[in-house]
Ligand binder design. Structure first.
Ligand code: UTP
Length: 289
């Protein structure tokens, strides 16, 4: 029997330089797709997957995220007095139970691996999930639910993967694959951002992980890797001799909202997916193409 995955880490301490000036004072994770911020999609995906504890690794300028998931008594009272139940429900539904959410800080943005390591005391000795809010996934059931269901059967370390064009391997962590049945791939190694010619495959890791707590030991002795950052990929790679490492080609579509074109595409796709907006958005798109 595998230990159940109850906790999720949301690293939100990055600087979001690709979205400046929008992200000068606003966290990247608060940029909205249709009518909710990226981070809310990630939290909702984790809730759907049965996650009970939500751990945010934040940094400077990120207080808007804490406010977003908190009660807002003045706003609630004003909406209630106006009888605006739709908006009232929308802001009430997103608030988690008291004590379900905690925040820790990454004092300097030393990389994703370092951000995850900052959550080690809050995770303790159990498998946990990591969700990167800028990888937005349209999937039913949600990507993390698909992963947690599979993880309950096979355990180990499990990440969401996607085939990418070979010329893009230098943007991702890439699996060195030993076996692949078209849905689940096993890896004997991982390489962060390899040049296309050096990439051991084109199977890339995207921002959903379920990891065993042993990764923290590897992170605590990690040296800066690609880009001078403490890389999660390197620490995960070092667990491979002891813990099986697998990638799941999940059922769904992922949008890279960390770059402008991906963000725009996600806005269109998520608007088209909203029954109340589909027809209006289709008509609007026809005007432009
Ligand atoms: P990115 O690689 O997209 O970096 O981080 P970034 O800083 O957010 O954006 P750019 O590249 O400067 O435009 C992927 C995820 O890891 C988190 C980010 O917040 C994002 O969710 N992260 C990254 C941290 O929490 N800390 C870090 O030191 C780096």
């Amino acid at each position: 029997m595998q230990k159940r995955v109850r906790k999720a880490v949301f690293p939100v301490a990055g600087q979001g330089t690709r979205f400046l000036p929008a992200t000068k004072a606003l966290p990247k994770e608060m940029l909205p797709i249709v009518d909710r911020p990226l981070i809310q999609y990630a939290v909702d995906e984790a809730r759907e997957a049965g996650i009970e504890e939500f751990i945010f690794v934040t940094g400077r300028n990120k207080s808007a995220i804490e406010d977003h998931f908190d009660r807002s008594f003045e706003l609630e009272r004003s909406l209630s007095e106006k009888g605006n139940t739709e908006a009232l429900n929308a802001i009430r539904e997103l608030v988690l139970e008291p004590g379900q959410i905690s925040y820790t800080r990454q004092q300097s943005p030393l990389g994703l691996g370092h951000a995850v390591w900052c959550a080690r005391h809050l995770i303790g000795d159990e498998p946990f999930a990591i969700l990167l809010a800028d990888d937005l996934i349209l999937a039913r059931p949600g990507c993390l639910k698909q992963m947690i269901d599979l993880h309950a059967e096979i355990g180990g370390n499990l990440v969401a993967v996607e085939d990418v064009p070979r010329e893009q391997t230098d943007r991702y962590g890439i699996l060195d694959v030993t076996s692949d049945d078209g849905r689940i791939a096993s890896a004997k190694g991982l390489v962060e951002k390899p040049k296309p010619a050096d990439a051991p495959s084109t199977l890339s890791i995207i921002g959903r992980y379920i990891l065993q707590p042993e990764v923290f030991e590897k992170l605590s002795t990690a040296k800066p890797g690609a880009g001078g950052e403490i890389q999660l990929t390197d620490a995960m790679a070092r667990t491979i001799p002891d813990i099986p490492f697998r990638g799941l080609r999940f059922d769904g579509k992922r949008y890279d909202c960390g770059n402008r074109a991906g963000f725009l595409e996600a806005s269109v796709a998520f608007a088209l997916d909203r029954p109340d907006m589909t027809e209006r958005v289709k008509a609007m798109l026809k005007k432009y193409v």
